[in-house]
Design a protein around this ligand. Structure first.
Ligand code: SAM
Length: 304
């Protein structure tokens, strides 16, 4: 399949079809897109997320829609989260996912960049529980960044529009890169991983989770290790995420009345019975969580 066909497959029916995009389009599984096809793909993705954020802003509860991830429910899988959010906390499962991704990374006094921050899920989960020296949320969507600037006014926390594949950051300027449920959008994942390595200081942490075809994860791990990262954690959390979808998707779906919108959102939220949910159940898509470290000969991480 050529780059053009791949892009068309991924935008079938003029909507973002996650399953098509991830499983049949095979994004990331074999190779990155060529630069021009990648730019077209990103423009398309940006437009979709701008429209999605505008749509949320029109809804009554939109100002409370901070978390755009599927969430995590604890089961027999080992858990590394330092905090357990209270059941009464808003979007408790999505917060749990953020704490699970952070795991044993200390974060306090460190410089943190959250690539594809969306509407501020990491920022919400960090605030009051962790004390980074700085937090910068970057997202391709100007609507998402505007929302974050309006709703998360916290000292040392900032938000900027930017592309994960070309981060607007100086080399070796951050200690931690966080990336949650977003990398499936990047047509050149290799460029993103190179950027993570470039912006991290020696000893730095890449805290990373996403939903992809198993084959794509094998390629990701190879790419990251070739760049120079050391893998320190690798967990399949598909069952935790499915349990979260069981609990939360229907609740979130209540806002969508129109049948076409409902079918679109059912996949977006991986509601039980949706194609995305079934793909996870069948193992066509897998939700994995990783910690990678930039361990170099000169790095002497105080936090290892
Ligand atoms: C499913 S949301 C996840 C947001 C957030 N991490 C969370 O957990 O709520 C994916 C995000 O990726 C962003 N995104 C897509 N492509 C991007 C790119 N090339 N660079 C930066 N952000 C991008 C979208 O705008 C969107 O906010």
């Amino acid at each position: 399949m050529n780059d053009r066909d791949k892009t068309q497959t991924r935008t079938l029916h003029g909507k973002w079809d996650l399953l098509e995009h991830l499983v049949r389009g095979g994004i990331h599984a074999d190779e990155d897109l060529a630069q021009d096809a990648a730019e077209a793909e990103k423009l398309q993705r940006k437009q979709e997320y701008e429209a999605f954020n505008r749509k949320l802003s029109e809804l009554k509860f939109g100002k409370y829609a901070f978390f755009l991830n599927y969430g995590y429910v604890q089961n027999d899988n080992p858990s590394f989260a330092k905090f357990t959010p209270r059941e009464s906390e808003f979007d408790v499962n999505s917060r749990r996912l953020v704490y699970e991704v952070i795991g044993d990374c200390p974060l306090d006094d460190l410089d943190v960049v959250d690539v594809s921050c969306g509407r501020g899920s990491v920022c919400m989960a960090l605030h009051g529980r962790f004390h980074p020296n700085s937090y910068l949320g970057i997202d391709l969507s100007s609507e998402a960044v505007a929302f974050c600037r309006e709703h998360h006014q916290i000292p040392n926390f900032q938000f900027e529009e930017g592309d994960a594949e070309s981060l607007p950051l100086a080399s070796e300027s951050r200690d931690v890169v966080i990336n949650i449920e977003s990398s499936h959008n990047y047509p050149r994942i290799g460029a993103f991983f190179n950027e993570c390595f470039r912006v991290l200081r020696p000893g730095g942490w890449l805290l990373y989770t996403d939903l992809l075809a198993p084959k794509a994860f094998a390629r990701h791990t190879r790419l990251l290790q070739t760049i120079g990262f050391t893998k320190t954690r690798d967990a399949d959390i598909t069952s935790n995420v499915l349990s979260s979808c069981d609990e939360t998707a229907e609740r979130r779906m209540v806002a969508y009345k129109d049948p076409e919108e409902r079918s679109y959102m059912a996949d977006f939220l991986a509601a039980p019975g949706s194609e995305t949910y079934r793909a996870m159940e069948q193992g066509l898509l897998c939700y994995r969580l990783f910690t990678f470290r930039k361990i170099t000969q000169t790095s002497s991480p105080t936090n290892s």
